[in-house]
Design a protein around this ligand. Structure first.
Ligand code: G6P
Length: 592
């Protein structure tokens, strides 16, 4: 969702560099893009709708400039038009800026500015910020103007601002990610919403925290905290991500690369510092109430966690999607514990839930894939998912690792962390055997058979019920086939009416206490003409098509989702959908 990339330094080809940086952020999802840079004492802007495409066809690439800002936009306020694309100019074109997030009080600010004679060229909230800053620059310095504008701005955002007559860049954030890359040459800086955008140039980063402003000027940085109203000293952190892991390598898409990486990622997830796991388990045990919070796929991992805590450690744990958490705030106090689960660590709804919980005095644990992300930094305890960069919009490897960590915690609460670890080590080794070309071929065949269906359903029970929901998300996201997940027992209360001849239904049949019941549910579907795809360690008479998964006991949600991830991927390819960048979706959802 929206990407920011800016360059400040001695390299003279900054427009080219910024466009290339935006391309690296493409996985976040966008519908238009643009850049602004200094040219002959003025500011040049280039904006387009659609994808960046072949960079060599872009004329502006050849322009020389040492300062440039760029943005890939995912429309929120105002349609997908060139005018609405960023960067946005102020009234007199003195200020130009890019912005991620939402300016919640933009209508009110816009009205005030209109009264002062400002006219607006776009329908965006972003343009209002440019006008607001320019208005202050009439009487204040560039830095003070940004600071004063921020004091009026409501909502979550990240901005990078350029001023026509100053060789400076100002970056600021509140709730939306913004990271500074420290270049190899003295005085060279990159600003981006995500590290892969500048990883080619540097692995030294400075994380901007909420309410902080960073000024890049005269080859140096100045950081200021707008709440504490003081300068701040920031730490340069060296990250160990390698460029290769940010690229597709021999794979045609990131999604299949990331599905395949599950051969290793689970092992890394299990390999946690036992002390952290035990400490968090103690907190879970002693808390009066425990809430799992996440969005989308991470939310489904939380739902699996609920079952695991109940079954393994006899512990009642609640769950809410980040966007729904506020409704439960009256139950959150100093004795509560919130466990936030997220791949990116930047999802606005989850972050907001954490802020509410923190405000009520609760302790916060986060299970996040991106270390040093906003969620990690605001947590009392952080459990790293260690899945490596995940770039496909549809989450795969991060999910199985998140579930593994929740399972480890559930066992740790029961004082049996080693049993949990053993179970997961076995699951990891079985996944390694399972993911081979023959297995993929088998799933390709089923994808070929069902590629033209309009709807399909997935059923599961117990901890495989959330996996049925997650399976539906995977299929919807990348194949665009209407898919829904149901608890097996709920079929007869409505969904059975949807089944007709040859409707595909995926049955998740684990070798557990629910086995008989889910097989009965599957027979009910078959009796109505359904075409049954069984995901199970054993073949059953009721299956029309069997996808074998290893029998890994309580770790069944982890192995059951993998063939469905593969099926969704194969369907996307067969239906000519780009599985890495599904329409209307974004990898990192940084707005509410
Ligand atoms: C988006 C992504 C999903 C992800 C969800 C939550 O919708 O497309 O893959 O599950 O956000 O993101 P998070 O980074 O918090 O896990």
């Amino acid at each position: 969702m929206c990407g920011i990339f800016a360059y400040f330094g001695e390299k003279t080809h900054s427009p080219k560099l910024v466009i290339e940086g935006l391309k690296k952020l493409e996985y976040r999802g966008y519908d238009s893009w643009g850049i602004a840079y200094k040219k002959d004492g003025d500011i040049a802007i280039h904006k387009e709708i659609g994808k960046i495409g072949d960079v060599h066809n872009i004329e502006e690439l050849k322009d020389e400039s040492k300062i440039a800002i760029g943005h890939s936009r995912w429309a929120t306020h105002g349609g997908v038009t060139q005018k609405n694309a960023h960067p946005h100019f102020s009234e007199n074109k003195e200020i130009v800026l890019v912005h991620n997030g939402i300016l919640e009080n933009y209508l009110e600010l816009k009205k005030n500015l209109e009264k002062k004679g400002h006219t607006f060229r776009s329908q965006t909230d972003t343009e209002v910020i440019a006008h607001l800053i320019e208005d202050y620059t009439r009487t204040h310095s560039f830095f003070d103007s940004v600071k004063m504008a921020m004091a009026e701005m409501e909502g979550r955002y990240a901005i990078v601002v350029m001023k026509k007559d100053e060789d400076a860049l100002i970056a600021a954030r509140r709730g939306s990610p913004l990271i500074l890359g420290v270049g190899k040459k003295h005085g060279e800086y990159f600003v981006a919403s995500d590290i892969p955008a500048f990883l080619k140039y540097t692995n030294k980063v400075i994380y901007l925290d909420d309410n902080q402003i960073c000024t890049l000027k005269n080859g140096s940085t100045h950081f200021f905290d707008t709440i504490k109203k003081t300068d701040v000293q920031k730490r340069i952190i060296e990250i160990d991500w390698d460029i290769e892991s940010a690229e597709k390598g021999e794979f045609p898409h990131f999604m299949i690369k990331e599905i395949t990486e599950q051969k290793d990622t689970l092992t890394r997830a299990i390999n946690q510092d036992p002390e952290t796991i035990k400490q968090v388990a103690k907190k879970i045990e002693s808390a009066e109430s425990v809430f799992l919070v996440g969005c989308g796929t991470a939310g489904k991992a939380c739902m699996v966690g609920q079952y695991l805590f109940s079954k393994i450690s006899n512990k009642q744990v609640s769950f809410a999607f980040g966007s729904e958490f506020e409704n439960y705030k009256n139950f959150i106090n100093k004795k509560s514990l919130i466990i936030a689960v997220s791949q990116s660590g930047e999802t606005a709804d989850t972050l907001e839930a954490m802020e509410i919980a923190k405000g009520n005095g609760a302790k916060i644990v986060s299970i996040v894939n991106v270390e040093n992300s906003s969620m990690a930094r605001m947590s009392d305890f952080v459990i790293p998912v260690k899945a490596g960069q995940e770039k496909a919009v549809a989450s795969t490897k991060a999910t199985t690792s998140q579930i593994a960590i929740l399972m480890l915690l559930a066992y740790a609460c029961d004082g049996e962390i080693n049993i949990g670890k053993q179970l997961l080590v076995n699951a990891a080794s079985q996944i390694n055997d399972m993911l081979n070309p023959r297995y993929e071929e088998h799933i390709s065949k089923i994808a070929e058979k069902i590629k033209h269906v309009e709807s399909m359903y997935i059923i599961g029970r117990g901890e495989n019920y959330p996996i049925a929901l997650e399976s539906a998300i995977k299929l919807q996201e990348v194949s665009y086939i209407h898919a829904e997940g149901f608890a097996g027992g709920e079929l007869k209360h409505g969904p059975l009416a949807l089944i007709s001849k040859d409707t595909p239904v995926i049955a998740l049949v684990a070798n557990d206490e629910q086995k008989k019941n889910i097989i009965s549910n599957t027979i009910e579907v078959k009796a109505r003409g359904g075409f049954i795809i069984g995901v199970s360690p054993e073949n059953q008479e009721v299956f029309d098509y069997w996808i074998r998964v290893p029998d890994v006991g309580e770790a069944s949600p982890i192995v059951n989702i993998i063939p469905v991830q593969l099926l969704a991927y194969k369907l996307a390819v067969l239906r000519h959908v780009d599985p890495d960048k599904p329409r209307n979706l974004a990898k990192s959802v940084t707005v509410k």
